[in-house]
Design a protein around this ligand. Structure first.
Ligand code: FAD
Ligand code: NA7
Length: 491
């Protein structure tokens, strides 16, 4: 054999693990390299990538901790006798979440062994287009060659680029394993990582502030995004809008002093002291770090992500170097989501090794934001629907509601909203579905298939609801935005 491997996958995260196991199952000789460079705070983790260690999994579990706190309060209205004072122990939550993650890390290592994928716990850097140099934790260096490569290196949190931030601030890479309670926290950034983390921190009773430089949840439906912020504000999260940190320093009190200024050019500087400052201002792709330039792989100048060519066996995931592919968060222009990375990885492995010609469909990917009021959506936001189809060609059906479960506890007046956007010129075909409320991820997972199968508003109307649920309201939506009628649920 000319090369050490038929396929060498760089990155053992969601996409890399899925692709390597699938390729090995098809009879290929496969290796996966995974190496975690410690965060500036020294946090590191095991095999499995972002989702398992510092993303979806710990985030969802901590969101659950927040929901349980509210449920305990609700339980009293349903007759449960519980102590008036409830307290939360951060260390217990972190230890139990981290124990669960360690179990997953172990399971992934075992699975690779069973499925005959070589696991190389080393940092891989391209030397040329068929060779990588591997450096392990102890500094041992070796080289491996492969006929094909999949780059699945994901990304890491960005920093602001101001003095002291790496020493004084944390990112989501550090939050989920923080050994002591975060205390009064400032979260900088307003996309879903920022709002989700702020949401559960507030739910766990920490004084929490979000500093937003422009809009919340860029790219998502803005009406829904603003509703999430209102809900979070009602629950006690503070928002500083239109501002960015200008200076961060250690205060005499031992806390972290943050000075911020408005983005509109004003020069009024304000400041406050926090126990924890978490930056959630986006992520950069780990492409230069794995030497893509040495293999001649083209990246997008702004995102630094690998550009897919859309031709050849690799289709979208094939780079300009024919035998080098990219999946997951390092592929330019596609949603940064775990199931997207996994599905793209599996389908790509099948195409490379001739088992199928099926391409990944990146359209109509459903997603959820696990803020205290959850948000799930599939298809276009109202803004994107207007931009693509023209305001005159779309209609929006919508309704707000109070979930039945919250009626007895007497909370959550603004805890439910749903919206269906349709194309008036195409038989009211559904362009986007949006749901704010409990179980948003579970609900939108089901409705997403309706969009994939090109459902119309009439199809939704003909669907029989499941009663009593919140999702059944998707089958009875009558109020259109253009009518201007009251969209609050009656009775
Ligand atoms: P990753 O999972 O990031 O894996 C890349 C791996 O490659 C890492 O282990 C990395 O250390 C390793 N690596 C990098 N460079 C090298 C190298 N040169 N040599 C060897 N190894 C290397 N997605 C969802 O679908 N749902 C969610 O709820 C969700 N929540 C999230 C919450 C947070 C806080 C964050 C940060 C992300 C969240 N995501 C969520 C996104 C999701 O985690 C990513 O889309 C997904 O992990 C991408 O998978 P990947 O395989 O592309 O990369
Ligand atoms: P995103 O989606 O890239 O959003 C970044 C957020 O941070 C967004 O609100 C930005 O505001 C804000 N931002 C960016 N740079 C700055 C600076 N310099 N100062 C203040 N605020 C800033 O990042 P996420 O971390 O939420 O998620 C990244 C991906 O990881 C996501 O797609 C998941 O799949 C996992 P803006 O709207 O640009 O004004």
């Amino acid at each position: 054999m000319q090369y050490d491997y038929d396929l060498l996958v760089i990155g053992g995260g969601s996409g890399g693990l899925a692709a390597s196991k699938e390729a090995a199952a098809l009879g290929a000789k496969v290796a996966v390299c995974d190496y975690v460079t410690p965060s500036p705070k020294g946090t590191t983790w095991g095999l499995g990538g972002t989702c398992v260690n510092v993303g979806c999994i710990p985030k969802k579990l901590m969101h659950q901790a927040c929901l349980l706190g509210l449920a305990v309060e609700d339980a009293k209205s349903f007759g449960w006798k519980l102590p008036d004072e409830k307290t939360h122990d951060w260390e217990t939550m972190v230890n139990n979440v981290q124990d669960y993650i360690s179990g997953l890390n172990f399971r992934y290592r075992t699975e690779l062994r069973t499925k005959k994928v070589d696991y190389l716990n080393a940092l891989a850097v391209f030397v040329d287009e068929h060779t990588v140099e591997l450096t392990d934790r102890k500094g041992n260096v070796s080289r491996k060659t492969a006929e094909n490569f999949i780059v699945a290196t994901g990304g890491r949190p960005k920093y602001l680029g101001i003095p002291n931030e790496m020493e004084l601030c944390i990112t989501s890479d550090d939050l989920f394993s923080l050994s002591s309670p975060p205390g009064k926290t400032l979260v900088v950034g307003a996309s879903y990582v920022a709002l989700e983390c702020a949401g559960f921190l507030r739910g766990l009773n920490y004084d929490t502030t979000v500093m937003m430089r422009s809009i919340p949840l860029r790219g998502f439906d803005q009406q829904c995004a603003e509703m999430i912020c209102s809900y979070m504000e009602e629950e006690g999260t503070k928002f500083i809008r239109g501002c960015i940190p200008a200076k961060i320093e250690k205060a005499e009190s031992g806390k972290i002093k943050v000075f911020w200024k408005p983005t509109n050019g004003g020069d009024t500087m304000e400041s406050d002291e926090y126990d924890t400052v978490m930056l959630a201002i986006g992520r950069y792709a780990l492409t230069e770090q794995c030497g893509v330039q040495n293999a001649g792989i083209k990246t997008d100048p702004s995102s630094k992500k690998i550009i897919g060519t859309g031709t050849g066996v690799g289709l979208t995931e094939q780079s300009n170097v024919d035998h080098i592919y990219a999946i997951g968060d390092v592929l330019h222009g596609y949603p940064e989501l775990t199931p997207v990375a996994i599905q793209a990885g599996i389908l790509l492995a099948r195409r490379i090794f001739g088992a199928s010609s099926k391409a990944m469909d990146y359209e109509k990917v459903p997603t959820a934001v696990f803020t205290p009021v959850e948000y799930g959506c599939v298809g276009l936001s109202e803004e994107d629907a207007i931009a693509r189809h023209g305001e005159e060609n779309i209609e929006v059906y919508h309704q707000s509601f109070k979930p039945l479960e919250l009626t007895v506890p007497g909370r959550g007046d603004n805890a439910g909203y749903l919206k269906v956007i349709v194309d008036k010129k195409d038989n009211e075909r559904v362009l986007g579905m949006h749901y704010l409320g409990w179980g948003a991820g579970e609900i939108m997972q089901g409705f997403a298939i309706a969009l994939k199968l090109r459902a119309t508003k009439e199809d939704l109307d003909e669907l029989v609801g499941i009663h009593p649920t919140s999702a059944e309201l998707f089958t009875t939506l009558k109020v259109t935005k253009s009518s201007g009628l009251d969209f609050r649920q009656a009775g």
